[in-house]
Design a protein around this ligand. Structure first.
Ligand SMILES: [Zn+2]
Length: 309
């Protein structure tokens, strides 16, 4: 089975604390290993996980506030230091290209790694990956910000015993999948007769934002949603003013969007007790709820069971 999991590098917003590094996340998803929003210290946090710089295939930055990108210089230089042999794709809001250029070349280093840079220019921009589609949606924050989601298309799982019953094997299986049917001795066998639907999986990453359409577009039916909850409801007015979410808002988004596993993170340093985020979110969401801690791993839940048919 391919591996699909989230590795949490850090969970603090704005300023790190003794318990929380600046935020940063790695998503392992089949052949993709995507680093999201590397804050300060991300290179060293990686050392505490099983992910290496060489594993990284892609870097996605939501916006250019320091807690989401000050880890870029170290991480990018590390790619060259380790002579990473494959190109690493990089995405960030196009309006922040100047910040990216500065961070990329913040200091002198011997550059060997290849970065394949594709800035996000428009709301809804899609990037085709082997494992699905990466989509960016505009969020609401004082500077240009995009969240991301990874959508695997629905597919089907062939049933070996049914294939065997019809005597279908080898290249004929590929043809049946591709064409949708196969004519055997005057009888047509359809793909649906010998397979069951395999619902695609979705991962969504929603950072610094007030509530807006983009939040819901990203969260829709996510198997795993990573979403900022900088504040608690007691600071709801402040959250709205500065373009952030509360734990209750994030949890309600998850419920309304049919999210399965909800990961809250990007906590303000004003709240030393993470239990308060859990309690507030729990009142609005009854699925799997994780209050992210540094250096923990969250599994993408098993596929949804396909509806009968
Ligand atoms: Zn921000």
């Amino acid at each position: 089975m391919s591996m699909r999991e989230l590795v949490v590098l850090g969970t603090a917003s704005q300023a790190p604390t003794r318990q929380r590094n600046h935020n940063g996340y790695v998503l392992r998803w089949d052949d993709e290993v995507i680093l999201f929003d590397p804050g300060e210290g991300s290179q060293r946090q990686l050392l505490h996980t099983t992910v290496t710089a060489t594993d990284l295939t892609r870097i996605c930055v939501t916006h250019f506030h320091g807690d989401h990108c000050l880890g870029l210089p170290g991480t990018i230089q590390r790619l060259s230091l380790d002579r990473v042999p494959h190109p690493v794709a990089v995405h960030f809001p196009a309006g922040g290209a100047e910040y990216f250029a500065r961070l990329r070349h913040a200091t002198s280093f011997y550059e060997t790694a290849e970065l394949a840079v594709t800035p996000i220019e428009t709301d809804g921009q899609r990037i085709a990956l082997r494992c699905g589609t990466l989509e960016a949606r505009r969020l609401r924050h004082p500077i240009e910000t995009y969240g991301y989601r990874l959508v695997e298309p629905d597919g089907c799982r062939m049933l070996p015993e049914k294939l065997a019953a019809y005597g279908i094997a080898g290249p004929a299986v590929g043809e049946l999948i591709r064409v949708g049917h196969l004519d055997l001795d005057g009888r047509r066998v359809t793909r649906d007769e010998v397979s069951v639907p395999r619902p695609g999986q979705r991962f969504a990453f929603v950072m610094d934002t007030g509530l807006c359409d983009g939040v819901y577009a990203l969260a829709e039916h996510a198997d795993l949603l990573v979403i900022e909850s900088t504040f608690l409801e007691s600071e709801a007015a402040l959250a709205a003013e500065v373009g952030h979410l509360t734990a209750a808002q994030a949890a309600r988004v998850a419920t309304e969007s049919g999210v399965r596993t909800l990961v809250l993170t990007h906590f303000s340093q004003r709240y030393p007790d993470p239990g308060r985020f859990f309690d507030e979110a729990r009142a609005h969401f009854d699925g799997d709820l994780v209050i992210a801690e540094d250096l923990t791993t969250v599994q993408v839940p098993p596929r949804r069971v396909a509806s009968a048919g």
